[in-house]
Structures are given as C-alpha cells and as structure tokens.
Design a protein around this ligand. Structure first.
Ligand code: NAD
Ligand code: DAO
Ligand code: ZN
Length: 368
C-alpha cells in the first residue's frame, strides 16, 4: 500500500513529507493506522545526528497511538479494529529478560530493532524501490506503520489517541521511573532535575504516590508554573543558588530520599546522586547523555549508602503496564491534557521540532 510519512533522509535536515510504499505485515507483525504521535526529545537526538546508532533514511517517531488495520500470520493477541500503543520496549513474555521479572528490557527483537529492521531483518518501508529504515521498531511519523505484535499494547477504545499517544514514551517514562524503578513511598522527599516532558511526569508520579517534598530544579524559570500545577512543592533555579546539592540537602534536612535526572547532562547526574540522603538515597538516571559521555562521583558516595540506578521506559512492561496507565488517565488520576501544549498536522511536523528546541512546548502532538 501507499501511505504518507515524514521521512528523515539524513541527519541535520528537516523531515520531508513523502508518499511511501508500505508492505503488509509478515508473520508476527501488525499493520497499524497511526492516529496521533508525540514529538519527543529522542526523535530530535537522532535527527540531529548526535545519536551514534541513528540510521538514515528512516521514518522516526516512537510515541504513537492508532488502530490495527491488518494482522500477519500467527498473530493471536490482536485483531483488526483494536486500539493500540506501539512500544519501543517490547514485551515478549518469553525471553530470558522478560522471564527474569527483574527488568523490562525485553531482548527478543533487540538486534533487528537497533538496525532499523523488522524481526526478519527486512524493512516494510520503501521509496522508489529503495528501503527506508524503521526507527525504534515503531516509526510513528507515518500514517501507517508495521509493528511486531510483541511491541503493541492493546488499549481501551474510548481513550483519545491525541492524548494517550504520550503514554507511548514521556508519561510512562516519568511516572514509571517513580513507581516501577524507584518505588517511591508515601512521605518520601524527591528531587527532580529537569522539568521538561519527562521531569513533569516524574513530578506527577511523585505526587500520585504521596511524596512529601517534591523539589523541581530547572534553569528555565518558565517551567516553574507548570511544575507547581503537577505537584512540585519547591523550586530551585541552579543559576540563582551557589550550590544546587547544598540547596537540596538543606531543604530536605539531609538529602532527598530519591532524585531523578531528566536532562541527559552528566554534571547534573553527579549533582542528582550527591544531593540524596546518606545511607539510603537513590538517584535514578533517565536522561540520555551524548555518545561516549561518562559519569563520575567519589566512590565514598556509594560506600556511604547512596545508590545510582537507571530507568528505560520507566521500567514499565509495555503490554502489561501501558493499558493500566491509560486507565489511570481515563480515571482522572493523571493529567496529560495540560502537558500537550501544541497540536499540529503532519505537514507541520518540523514546526513541532522547532517548538521543542526553543523550549516553548512540553509536548507537541501530530494528529493525522
Ligand atoms: P526537555 O528538553 O523537554 O526537558 C529538559 C529540561 O531540562 C528543560 O526544561 C531544561 O530547561 C532543563 N535543563 C537543561 N539543562 C539543565 C541544567 N543544567 N540544570 C537544570 N535543568 C536543566 O527533555 P525531555 O523530553 O523531558 O527529556 C529529558 C531526557 O530524557 C532526554 O535526555 C531524553 O532523551 C531522555 N529520555 C529518556 C527516556 C528513558 O527511557 N530513559 C525516555 C524518553 C526520554
Ligand atoms: O535493550 O539494550 C536495550 C535497549 C533498550 C532501549 C531503552 C531506551 C531508553 C532510552 C531511550 C529513550 C527513548 C525515547
Ligand atoms: Zn522478552
């Protein structure tokens, strides 16, 4: 079939709206009509050329929601008409990683997904006979995409696509890091570094579990108002204090019980660890730093009980947890609407990237 997509021909260039050939789903695959997709920092990271694993030409996008149009042979858990959210972290429930119950990093299709291909090592997208690569196994910057069955979460049919698409990355990454990775308990003090599309969801996750002090840290003072709306109790602008670590330690009477780095800055990662409480503080790295970057601290920080952890997709098992998070949204337990600051047609997708780069949007969503 023919479909329309925003194609990334090369790094550093704007996306180009093209008519693309899309082959139907093969065994274990599903054809999805994407109804809406968020534009995330990570799409920009790849498009900018900073991502060493970026492959071009490709159809980017990993934060979508849509409807199943067709299923390939052997697909048992989904049927035409089902509403779905594509998962860049699949959940096969059979690999060593899934069976361990210790991680959400399913490895079933990792190798081919990382090479921009479907599990049989080929692409379903092409233009004038030349293959175009998939991205993160999802490629949601296309009106139609093919996704492995194990990388689709089935969701309820009354959930609005233009809102729940954000659960495909930002919402789950932020709230999940609080609930699934850190397992923050009621009454804990939390520090959140970076109040963008991820950090604001960490804040609402911390509020949801009943955290006591929720301290937001950002160099952009404009982020303060939105963060307070989502549950932030204290704000620190690093440009206005001598030492961010001391400021958090002072506010919390000894250090945060949990901190979250939601920027991708290795200096801030160190601050996030060192502002946690001696003996038990946990610091969760969510931000993705530039290729080759390294983190450092004095080992004595760990000897004295602080822990460094990382979190991918919020530690969520997509097929199991994403439908629950959609329910939380539909039940009014989490706020997504206020974080979606801009809605655009596919033709204006490059404007969405500009809004994000200028720090003017929290989430811009393309509605097909
Ligand atoms: P964003 O650009 O919307 O937000 C980043 C915020 O950090 C901005 O508000 C900015 O003002 C602030 N900031 C920048 N430098 C700062 C500093 N030195 N001190 C304090 N604040 C500072 O980005 P986002 O969409 O929220 O994404 C955050 C990070 O999370 C990115 O690195 C992204 O790639 C990563 N990410 C990780 C996962 C995962 O699963 N681990 C998933 C999605 C995104
Ligand atoms: O299993 O090795 C692996 C890869 C897991 C990918 C996790 C990606 C999380 C960070 C990227 C940001 C996604 C938007
Ligand atoms: Zn698996």
């Amino acid at each position: 079939m023919k479909t329309q997509a925003a194609v990334a021909w090369k790094s550093g260039a704007p996306l180009s709206i093209e008519t693309v050939d899309l082959e139907g789903p093969r065994a274990g695959e599903v054809l999805v009509e994407i109804k809406a997709t968020g534009i995330c920092h990570t799409d920009w990271y790849t498009l900018s050329g900073a991502d060493p694993e970026g492959i071009f030409p490709a159809i980017l996008g990993h934060e979508g929601a849509g409807i199943v149009v067709d299923v390939g042979p052997g697909v048992a858990t989904l049927k035409k008409g089902d509403h779905v959210i594509p998962l860049y972290t699949p959940e096969c429930r059979q690999c060593k990683f899934c069976l361990s119950r210790k991680t959400n990093l399913c490895q079933q299709i990792r190798a081919t997904q990382g090479r921009g291909l479907m599990p049989d090592a080929t692409s379903r997208f092409s233009i004038r006979g030349k293959p175009v690569f998939h991205y993160m196994g999802t490629s949601t910057f296309a009106r139609h995409t093919v996704v492995p069955e194990i990388a689709l979460a089935k969701i309820r049919e009354d959930a609005p696509f233009d809102k729940v698409c954000y659960i495909g990355c930002g919402v789950t990454t932020g709230i999940g890091a609080v609930i699934f990775t850190a397992k923050v308990e009621a009454g804990a003090n939390v520090a959140v570094f970076g109040l963008g599309g991820i950090g604001l969801n960490v804040i609402q996750g911390a509020k949801m579990v009943g955290a006591d002090k929720i301290i937001g840290i950002d160099i952009n003072p404009a982020r303060q108002e939105m963060a307070r709306k989502f549950g932030m109790t204290h704000f620190i602008n690093p440009k206005e204090v001598d030492n961010v670590v001391d400021a958090v330690v002072q506010l919390t009477g000894g250090g945060a019980d949990y901190s979250f780095e939601c920027i991708g800055n290795t200096q801030v990662m160190r601050q996030a660890l060192e502002c946690t409480h001696k003996g038990w503080g946990q610091s969760i790295i969510i931000g993705v730093a530039e290729a080759g970057a390294e983190i450092s601290t004095r080992p004595f920080q760990l000897v004295t009980g602080r822990q460094w952890k990382g979190s991918a997709f919020g530690g969520a098992r997509g097929r199991t947890d994403v439908p629950r998070i959609v329910d939380w949204y539909m039940d009014g337990k989490i706020n997504i609407n206020d974080l979606i600051t801009h809605t655009l047609p596919l033709e204006k997708i490059n404007d969405g990237f500009e809004l994000m780069k200028r720090g003017e949007s929290i989430r811009a969503v393309v509605v097909y």
